[in-house]
Design a protein. Structure first.
Length: 394
């Protein structure tokens, strides 16, 4: 096992060309020169200093060292073992791994050419994380899907569907949750989990977010023309990237004003995991309230539950995760938890939406407990804009 720190005197060798890759190094202090041979000559490839990495290339693809590293001065190196690098490579995004694989192959070919060897005659090792083309296939698939998502945005081929939210006491449908859908020309329905995750990994989540705002406002405008006296609210999920975007609310206000829709007809939903950044979310909620926009805490109870979030963040609505609703009629402890959450949310002056309501018995129990709203297949399945407009009486 390599020691944690390696101390070298000027002239000492860190590793030699052709050595097996046992570890990589981070230069803590001192200077290291990188040398290779070209025929009978020694060629200086470069000089590294504090903060630089050393020997990582051979670690990535498990190939012999392609150069010699020698201390130019008294130096201290921090060793990085195989396990540390392997774990990070395996956890990396497939696209990053594929890009790194291609870069490594070009690097090896360049070294072979520098030595006077034919790059085609020298076997070029592939990084050990490229298992039978699996990484390349995943990466190319993501690149292809990202490109197709961009095209879908340009062609406005994404659809926004609407799932009803019922006011339990009156039985009235007061609002809807906007859910984005993508009918891929080759794959059919692409799971929102897949393409929204892809969008969040890139800057695409911002145009996707704007697209949803525009579609929702257009739907509200159509509903207002059809039934001006009873305009519902539409809840829209906001991603972590959107909460960082300074102009996201200004864009919503602009689109609403252009279409003659009160901006308060849109309710923003923030997933519970985002509330870990209390300051950022708090500023967003304050700004929303200044504009007359209500904010909901989505998926409450999914693993990040923290009563401090409800205390510090002034949510107008709390959406109870469907897992509690599904279990509450069969598990007295779950029912007790739901009852306690409803009482707590009500005491804080907020409304509670119970998600995943699928039976009349669940709805009756929620009404007895005092929940404000219900959402789920019993209330209504998500529907396209045309179906929504057909459902709302003129």
């Amino acid at each position: 096992m390599a020691t944690a720190r390696l101390q070298l005197q000027a002239g000492e060798i860190v590793f030699r060309e052709g050595d097996p890759p046992t570890s990589a190094f981070l230069i803590d202090s001192g200077r290291i020169e990188i040398l290779t041979t070209q025929g009978d000559e020694v060629v200086l490839l470069g000089e590294l200093g504090p903060g630089d990495l050393l020997g990582e290339m051979a670690m990535i693809d498990d190939s012999p060292r392609t150069a010699t590293a020698r201390a130019l001065s008294e130096s201290v190196l921090v060793t990085i073992d195989h396990a540390s690098i392997s774990e990070r490579l395996e956890a990396a995004d497939p696209l990053i791994r594929a890009l790194l694989s291609g870069q490594m192959q070009r690097y090896r070919s360049t070294i072979a050419t520098l030595r006077g060897e034919s790059p085609h005659a020298v076997p070029v090792p592939r990084p050990r994380f490229a298992h039978d083309g699996e990484v390349d296939a995943q990466a190319k698939g993501k690149i292809r899907l990202e490109s197709q998502l961009k095209e879908a945005l340009e062609r406005r081929a994404l659809e926004v569907w609407y799932q009803p939210i019922q006011h339990i006491a009156s039985g009235r449908i007061d609002g809807y949750e906007a859910l984005i859908r993508w009918e891929h020309p080759e794959r059919g329905q692409v799971s929102p989990v897949e393409f929204i995750k892809l969008a969040e990994e890139t800057s695409l989540i911002l145009p996707v977010g704007r697209y949803v705002f525009e579609e929702v406002i257009a739907t509200l405008a159509a509903l207002q023309r059809q039934a001006p006296a009873s305009l519902p609210f539409v809840a829209v999920n906001v991603s972590a990237r959107q909460t960082l975007e300074e102009g996201v609310l200004d864009e919503l206000v602009r689109v609403a004003a252009t279409n003659g829709i009160p901006v308060g007809a849109v309710k923003l939903e923030i997933t519970e995991s985002l509330t870990l950044d209390v300051e950022r979310v708090g500023r967003l909620i304050d700004r929303c309230h200044e504009l007359g926009i209500k904010v909901a805490l989505d998926d409450f109870g999914t693993g990040y539950s923290n009563l401090g979030h409800l205390h510090k963040l002034r949510f107008d609505t709390v959406k109870l995760d469907q897992g509690f609703v599904r279990q509450m009629l069969h598990d007295p402890r779950s029912l007790a938890i739901v009852r306690a959450i409803v009482a707590m949310v009500t005491a804080l002056g907020s409304e509670l939406v119970a998600e995943g309501v699928e039976t009349a018995e669940q709805l009756t129990a929620l009404q007895a407990i005092g929940a404000s709203y219900a959402q789920g297949y019993l209330i209504g399945r998500p529907m396209a804009r045309a179906s929504l407009l057909a459902r709302v009486p003129s």
